[in-house]
Design a protein around this ligand. Structure first.
Ligand code: GLY
Length: 362
């Protein structure tokens, strides 16, 4: 197990990365939560149905924690609606949870966004912990305290900053995680290499060549490196006043594609397309060297991720860029990569982005 501290003053916590048995996971969660008066175990419903690992952990938490009750959430992104969050809060009230209670989110990134948001708003805020079961959830949503839900108008348009008390990234869950989901999570790992830690990109490429990418040791190292990078960014800028925005690389068009696709595409698949578009836009503005896009495209293609952006550059998809939560008036803070590990934030007019992305890629 690797333990990574997240130093945020009185909101500090630890991220534990490893393969945990239920006893160990239960102890790490209960140690961090103390002695809550009740616990809402908000769990991805499909995971709960299918994963013996999750079932054993939930049963143990119910034994060890006072008034612990489990609620099965709609699977995946379907739980990130305001009505689903309201249903969880209503259920928590029906369970009699008071201000001494806590929430544990068990599942991927959507589950931890939902669980953290419910914890942030229930009784104006109670503690929560995250047991992350997907690669994407581990390297992105679980760390940094962004919680929230989607609106029909767009992704993550409501939310709150609410730091967890502890995060467990259980690599043992990869045994049953579909390869498509692992690959989609690796899109965010590629992003980590592009925006901050070039060694991550080098390692992915090496593992792709020698066929070792999906070996547990390789995934462990890449997940740990990516979480380290995220911790470094979020502790330098917890509330996204500046630097944290680099984590949005590939997300302006990525989110637009994801919501236009009705969440048929996985988040990482949409981000794969969004990163290709962002690299092309960087070339047009003279920020990104032309050799970088083919290099990144080759890695993403090798991962089986979508890279053909042109079919997505329809007016209805481009219009969704207007509801990007980073928009200020007619501009958005856009992330350009100059070299792996070196990026630039620039205020760009959305209309210019739309025009240029079509010119570059259609
Ligand atoms: N997922 C982007 C962030 O945590 O800031």
């Amino acid at each position: 197990m690797t333990t990574l501290p997240v130093p945020l003053g009185n909101r500090s916590y630890q991220v534990h990365v490893g393969t945990f048995d239920a006893e160990q996971a239960c102890r790490l969660l209960t140690d961090a939560l103390g002695a809550p008066t009740g616990v809402a175990l908000l769990t991805d419903g499909r995971l709960l149905e299918r994963s013996a690992r999750a079932q054993t952990l939930v049963a143990l938490l119910q034994q060890r924690l006072r008034n612990a009750a489990v609620l099965a959430l709609p699977a995946g992104e379907a739980c990130k609606t305001m009505s689903a969050v309201e249903a969880s809060c209503q259920w928590m009230a029906e369970q009699g949870l008071d201000r001494g209670a806590a929430v544990v989110g068990i599942g991927g990134g959507a589950t931890s966004d939902h669980a953290g948001f419910a914890a942030a708003i229930y009784l104006r805020g109670i503690p929560f912990a995250t047991y992350s079961t997907t690669l994407l959830g581990m390297v992105d949503a679980a760390v940094g305290g962004k919680t929230g839900a989607d609106l029909p108008a767009g992704k993550n348009l409501v939310g709150a900053f609410h730091q967890p008390r502890v995060v467990l990234a259980d690599l043992g869950c990869f045994e049953t995680l579909p390869r498509r989901e692992i690959a989609a999570g690796l899109a965010e790992v590629v992003k980590a290499g592009l925006i901050a830690t070039p060694a991550i990109l080098d390692r992915i490429e090496r593992h792709l060549v020698d066929g070792t990418l999906y070996e547990p040791a390789a995934l462990d190292e890449l997940v740990t490196m990516s979480i380290r990078m995220k911790i470094d960014v979020v502790t330098s800028d917890e509330r996204e006043a500046g630097r944290r925005a680099i984590l949005n690389f590939g997300h302006t068009l990525g989110h637009a594609i994801e919501s236009a696709a009705g969440y048929e595409l996985l988040h990482g698949e949409a981000v794969s397309l969004g990163m290709i578009a962002a690299l092309a836009l960087g070339e047009i503005r003279g920020h990104t060297p032309r050799q970088l896009r083919p290099r990144v495209r080759a890695a993403l293609e090798h991962l089986g991720l979508p890279v053909d952006v042109a079919p997505w550059l329809r007016p209805d998809v481009l219009a969704r860029m207007d509801v990007d939560k980073k928009r200020r008036s007619d501009r958005v803070k856009f992330v350009f990569v100059r070299q792996p590990g070196d990026c630039l934030l620039e205020d760009v007019r959305l209309d210019d982005l739309k025009r240029d992305v079509v010119a570059a890629l259609v």
